[in-house]
Design a protein around this ligand. Structure first.
Ligand code: BDP
Length: 322
């Protein structure tokens, strides 16, 4: 027997007898246990563990314990967190190409948004993130429903927002959107928003129903105004430095499970939206449905002109998806 062959056999024997140390992936989300996006990511982890017979595991750090979204992006870039689920909003300043999806009223409705994220355009944007210098690998999308305003007085038209300080996600595009809508946009970290609403640092904010309710913001700002200005998808991305250390097989497995997570989150999401609406009703939230959406659409045209000007082809393709 040749020496090299013998060495290989010996090495395999040693390897087989050494217990495999499970590789634990760190995942982060700002939402608590039980939130659809957190559950979908944990399910991905369970499947990953089963498929690799325990060689890989995922540990979820929910509730922003690892920091707000800007901070977890930086940690993922540095390789300190493996996988993060975040809003697409804070990715805009890092990968400007994604800002097309961050523009107000870019999707006709949620069904339109879902078709886009599930189809080739959604994949292209994930690939743009991966190809950019951001140090992140785009894995999949999650549904974030529709973001509406919530305030301490009813809002129906741009003039109603005069003098109102409204918290927006930290991306200049969103601040400009709120200013164009007639209010005054302020960027505040998600974790500080409850107290900012309580102390009057801001008069309102905007989000989907599940976030509005799970964060208890609906107890402080009791008008939910159906402006529908953002149908903002969410995303999960992998740290590129960590990704590059995975085998091709593991990368392919994670990609496959990511697609499944994207589709599975949706059913959890729809249920959560329905439950949140019921909770809002129970807790005395007034839903303002007679909003002049057309006026808000017109008011925000300059934002779409500015951020969309280099992406005319892409915007046309988005609009053409029926
Ligand atoms: C929620 C998103 C979360 C954002 C948050 C926000 O799920 O990713 O951090 O809004 O407004 O809807 O900051």
């Amino acid at each position: 027997m040749r020496v090299s062959k013998l060495a290989a056999i010996l090495a395999a024997a040693v390897f087989a007898s050494t217990p495999v140390v499970a590789q634990e992936l760190k995942a982060a989300d700002v939402h608590p246990e039980g939130y659809p996006n957190v559950v979908a990511m944990q399910n991905l982890g369970k499947k990953l563990e089963a498929s690799t017979k325990g060689r890989m595991k995922l540990k979820m750090f929910p509730n922003a314990v690892l920091g707000d979204e800007k901070s977890v992006i930086e940690q993922a870039q540095a390789g300190g967190i493996d996988i993060i689920r975040i809003s697409l909003g804070p990715i805009g300043p890092v990968v400007p190409d994604v800002n097309v999806f961050n523009m107000p009223f870019v999707f006709r409705d949620e069904a339109h948004m879902r078709k886009i994220i599930d189809g080739p355009i959604g994949q292209e944007l994930l690939d743009k993130i991966t190809a950019s210098s951001a140090g992140l690998v785009g894995l999949g999308w999650m549904d974030g429903g529709t973001r509406n305003l919530y305030t301490k007085k009813p809002i129906r038209r741009p003039a109603d927002l005069a003098g109102q300080k409204i918290r927006m996600i930290g991306n200049p595009l969103f601040i400009e959107t709120m200013n164009a809508m007639g209010g005054s946009g302020i960027s505040i970290g998600f974790g500080e928003l409850f107290s900012a609403l309580q102390t009057g640092v801001v008069d309102g904010a905007e989000n989907n129903e599940p976030t509005y309710v799970t964060q208890n913001h609906h107890t402080l700002a009791k008008f939910y105004d159906l402006t529908g200005h953002l149908i903002l998808p969410e995303i999960f991305v992998y740290s590129k430095v960590k990704w590059n250390r995975l085998s091709k097989e593991d990368q392919d497995l994670i990609k496959k499970l990511s697609r499944e997570a994207q589709l599975e989150q949706r059913a959890l999401w729809d249920k959560k939206v329905a439950d949140s609406r019921a909770q809002m009703k129970k807790d005395g939230v007034t839903v303002i449905a007679d909003v002049d959406k057309e006026a808000f659409f017109k008011a925000t045209q300059p934002v779409r002109d500015k951020y969309g000007k280099d992406y005319a082809g892409l915007i046309k393709r988005i609009q053409d998806v029926k």
